[in-house]
Design a binder for this molecule. Structure first.
Ligand code: SF4
Length: 296
């Protein structure tokens, strides 16, 4: 497979992507490249459940966050195994055989096309979770309609210059906000099974950055003002400086108790249906090893 003019994400690079080579922002060829495929227990309880989420970490990323905890695979692209579409379908199958509650596609955008082909080739009997930065185009999301059961987008920022500084994408807010509305249109309200697993719906995540509580509050206010009631929101407090964060002194630390409580208080005030991931999980030990597990 060759993609002549890639426009899968808001970068709209328009470059040719060959099976193993691509010269767009993400630098990825069109064959899916995966760094790890394993059961993961550190997502929200409605995603990980008791048996684990069948998590597939894709190499490369369309965003470029300076603090990315998956920096080794997202930006350095240091680990990854290139797969064919049937091989990707096999990876999904093996996770289901291990008892995964769902197939959780992490940083999938640059491979949205082969992912859709793998899911059409061999539909999976568990929910498909599209775990994305939120930096998505309407066209790519519409191409996924009917294949994805659960969208798990971030809303990282609502202010363009902050999105530009930390993720190299000043247009992130406008794309992510429209993307979340399109995801909600596709999935409708959240539905949980008898074990409390999210089987259909959209859950929005927001990671609190140190020194940026005002931005976090603006994000929560946007969600309050623009989403129908009942949409689950996951507030994440487990930030640890990774990647190039040392070059940005204001975010080169964990968040303080005071920062966390300020944003948590705002979450309560907004009346959003919030889930809070505690500060106690702010350790690098919670970042999975990218060692091609599940791919050898
Ligand atoms: S998926 Fe990659 S090559 Fe395609 S538009 Fe986005 S960054 Fe560019």
């Amino acid at each position: 497979m060759i993609l002549e003019q890639c426009s899968l994400c808001p970068r709209h690079c328009g470059v040719r992507r060959e099976p193993s080579q691509g010269k767009g922002f993400c630098q990825m060829g069109i064959h899916p490249m995966v760094a790890r495929a394993a059961l993961h227990f550190w997502e929200e309880p409605c995603i990980s459940g008791t048996k684990g989420s069948g998590t597939v970490f894709f190499t490369g990323c369309t965003l470029g966050c300076v603090f990315c905890q998956n920096y080794e695979i997202s930006t350095r692209r240091a680990v990854g195994k290139e797969l064919t579409i049937p091989e990707l379908a096999d990876v999904f199958q093996r996770l289901i055989e291990q008892g995964a509650h769902n197939i959780n596609l992490v940083s999938p955008t640059q491979f949205a096309l082969p992912i859709a082909q793998a899911l059409r080739l061999r539909p999976v009997p568990v929910p498909v979770v599209y775990n994305s930065s939120g930096y998505e185009t309407q066209e790519t999301l519409q191409m996924l309609e009917g294949l994805v059961d659960v969208y798990l987008p971030d809303l990282k920022y609502v202010t363009p210059h902050i999105a530009g500084r930390y993720s190299g994408a000043p247009d992130y807010p406008e794309y992510a906000q429209k993307a979340i509305l399109e995801m909600l249109r596709q999935t409708g309200p959240a539905q949980f099974d008898e074990q409390g697993i999210l089987v259909k719906g959209t859950m929005v995540r927001h990671l609190i950055l140190p020194g940026n509580t005002r931005e976090s509050i603006a994000v929560l206010e946007w969600l309050r003002d623009n989403l129908p009631s009942g949409v689950p929101v996951s507030l994440m407090a487990q930030y640890v400086p990774c990647g190039k964060a040392a070059q940005f002194p204001e975010i080169n630390r964990s968040i303080t108790v005071r920062e966390f409580e300020k944003v948590e208080h705002c979450l309560m005030e907004t009346g959003l249906d919030g889930f809070v991931q505690e500060r106690s999980s702010a350790q690098k030990g919670y970042i999975p090893p990218f060692d091609l597990q599940g791919l050898k």
